[in-house]
Ligand binder design. Structure first.
Ligand SMILES: *[C@@H]1O[C@H](CO)[C@@H](O)[C@H](O)[C@H]1NC(C)=O
Ligand SMILES: *[C@@H]1O[C@H](CO)[C@@H](O)[C@H](O)[C@H]1NC(C)=O
Ligand SMILES: *[C@@H]1O[C@H](CO)[C@@H](O)[C@H](O)[C@H]1NC(C)=O
Length: 277
């Protein structure tokens, strides 16, 4: 019978000398780890994101890998289409499939930490599917898979941010684009994401102003005549300093699905939100 102790014993006998050999065989002024086998990690489940948004496809290793001869490939699992290639110490955009050419990026400062996550901007319906991240180093290779699903209920806003001075009224846009009938909308939830504050709730064909957090009570409303058109834009009256800076999300729920749009209230200048470097 092979017990854990026997395995450990053989590991000591055979692997340790190999490890030492590799270690002393290399230049000592280089601070490197030698890894015999590594595991590539990905996300725990599928990524679900609205169309037009940016997503981060996680792919990383725990160990430090030798940077020389390191190669990382992101491909569509089904078609093997090349989404992103990292080779000889840099990204190789000329090799990328055109659809991804200017939408897929590495976090350059993360590569040295073994983090090969990919930022995919401006998510399209065709991006839905599985992606494989393959990491090749001198010693070994490994891979992980990430699945992207887009939200089927398409909810859109008009701007990423609106600006307002204190005391002004603002309209935060949110409307359902798809062919869903208004009576199939179960719930619409406007929240300020920082602090998870409930701004306004629509449920069972009714606006529930009493559900609003104190900060927003009596200052928020829907455009009632617009609701049958799937327009759940929010009017926020008499903007206060504390209303600003944070992100507001409008999440629309149907029986099967949900979708979301996001907007920020800014003071003065408009700044667009982008998560990629
Ligand atoms: C890898 O980088 C991405 C983007 O900066 C970050 O979201 C993620 O948390 C990083 N993962 C690890 C394990 O450091
Ligand atoms: C909402 O209104 C529609 C149409 O008037 C109706 O069919 C539906 O049952 C109502 N839903 C609720 C939860 O009251
Ligand atoms: C929703 O209603 C608001 C207020 O009337 C209006 O400003 C906005 O343009 C409407 N949005 C759409 C997509 O019709």
């Amino acid at each position: 019978m092979v017990s854990i102790f026997t395995l450990r014993y053989y590991a000591k006998i055979y692997l340790l000398p190999l490890f030492l050999y590799l270690f002393f065989n290399k230049r000592m002024n280089q601070f490197v780890y030698f890894v015999i086998g590594f595991i590539v990690h990905g996300p725990a489940g599928p990524l679900v994101a609205p169309l037009g948004s940016s997503v981060v496809l996680l792919c990383y290793v725990d160990e430090l890998l030798l940077m020389e001869d390191l190669e990382v490939e992101w491909r569509r699992t089904d078609s093997e289409t090349l989404v992103h290639l990292y080779q000889d110490g840099e990204s190789r955009p000329e090799a990328h499939q055109q659809d991804y050419y200017d939408r897929a990026y590495f976090f350059t400062d993360q590569i040295q930490h073994g983090n090969f996550s990919l930022c995919l901007e401006n998510l399209r319906a065709e991006d839905e599917g599985r992606y494989t991240c393959r990491v090749y180093s001198q010693q070994d290779s490994g891979e992980t898979e990430v699945q992207i699903k887009h939200e089927c209920l398409i909810v859109s806003g008009s701007d990423r941010s609106v600006s307002a001075y204190d005391g002004e009224d603002v309209t935060l846009s949110c409307s359902v684009d798809s062919h869903i009938k208004p009576e199939h909308i179960e719930k619409v939830l406007w929240r300020k994401t920082d602090g998870n504050i409930l701004v306004l709730l629509y449920q069972n064909n009714d606006t529930l102003p009493d559900s609003s957090d104190e900060q927003y009570r009596d200052r928020v409303e829907f455009f009632t005549a617009e609701i049958p058109k799937g327009n759940f834009s929010l009017r926020l009256k008499s903007v206060r300093t504390e209303d600003k800076g944070g992100r507001y999300t409008c999440r629309v729920y149907s029986q099967q699905d949900s979708g979301e749009t996001e907007v920020q209230i800014k003071h003065g200048e408009i700044r667009s939100v982008c998560f990629c470097i």
